[in-house]
Design a protein around this ligand. Structure first.
Ligand code: ADP
Length: 303
């Protein structure tokens, strides 16, 4: 079946936050693509020119570590977003028990993640929903961030979709406290969680509710003091928590190098204004010290 005269529809790849994703062939280029069909639900008629205008901006985002938005068009009341097709994602790599990730492999995956983020942050686009299954892996081993900017355009993921519970584990404390104005720091926190997950080979902070998520964060890093994060007390959902001291980060990551641990702690700074930026993280000595990051084409991948 053809979509918009150009794409030959193939099998469904899965169901995501915004709707169904299917594989297709672009008859214009012969390229295999993934098409995300977004239900326009509440907007319906006026698909919202704002959304279309913002989508146009996303089409301008071009970087080796960002998944390319090839095309975007409304069709039968749904918005279709056409992306390059990707073989795998970081979640599959982390979960595959047959894959050994060396410190150089972890460094490479984190570096590619941060490079993609740096490119978008420079253009003032925040991802807002970073998680390992949004980090897609191309056949040449390059990691590419998916779903950039969608959270802002289409609203934050709906809680009624059960798979969304996983997104909570990567959520920055300012979001959990209900911050309405947030910045690129939310992506740094999420990247920190992904870094931790690469080291541990399991999700680091697995909260079962938003409150429990904050509890997990506080148990790992200690409850934030207002002196550490002055704006915290003004956040909409701020509640005072019983004091919990921070265990040494080393006890949580016994195998990590000192450089890795130092970068990790800076990504997990409570105050988003004091948190390390993506650019600063890329300049951290973790990336210049040995071992050098593995070349993408040599990274271990699922069969
Ligand atoms: P979520 O919203 O949960 O992150 P997505 O909407 O991104 O999920 O994706 C739903 C499914 O489609 C997933 O199984 C994902 O692996 C697959 N998928 C998404 N984008 C691509 C792509 N560019 N290439 C291949 N598969 C993709």
């Amino acid at each position: 079946k053809r979509v918009a005269d150009r794409y030959l529809k193939r099998e469904v790849l899965g169901e995501g936050t915004y709707g169904i994703v299917f594989k297709a062939i672009d008859t214009k280029t012969g390229q295999t693509v993934a098409i995300k069909k977004i239900r326009l639900g509440k907007y319906k008629e006026g698909v919202n020119f704002t959304a279309l205008r913002e989508i146009k901006l996303l089409k301008e985002l071009k970087d080796p570590n960002i998944i390319e938005l090839i095309d975007a068009f409304p069709h039968k009341g749904n918005l279709h977003l056409v992306f390059e097709f990707m073989e795998s994602d970081l979640e599959a790599v982390i979960r595959d028990r047959n894959i050994v990730l060396s410190p150089a492999d972890v460094k490479s995956y984190l570096q590619m993640t941060l490079k993609g983020l740096a490119y978008c942050h420079k253009k003032w686009v925040v991802h807002r929903d970073m998680k390992p299954n949004n980090l897609l892996i191309a056949s040449d081993g390059q990691l590419k961030l998916a779903d950039f900017g969608l959270a802002r355009i289409f609203g934050s993921p709906d809680r009624k979709f059960t798979h969304q519970v996983f997104a909570r584990w990567y959520r920055a404390p300012e979001l959990l406290y209900g911050a309405k104005q947030y910045g690129a720091g939310v992506d740094v926190w999420a990247a920190g969680c992904i870094f931790a997950e690469l080291l541990l080979r399991r999700p680091f902070l697995q909260g079962s509710s938003d409150i429990d998520q904050l509890g997990k964060i506080f148990a790992a890093f200690g409850t934030p003091k207002p002196s550490q994060w002055p704006d915290m007390v003004f956040l909409p959902d701020y509640v005072e928590y019983q004091y919990v001291p921070a265990p040494p980060l080393r006890t949580l990551f016994p195998m990590a190098s000192d450089d890795a641990l130092d970068l990790l702690s800076k990504m997990f700074t409570y105050d988003p204004k004091a948190r390390i930026t993506v650019q600063q993280a890329l300049e951290h000595r973790y990336f210049s010290s040995v071992p050098a990051p593995t070349k993408p084409s040599l990274l271990p991948r699922p069969p």
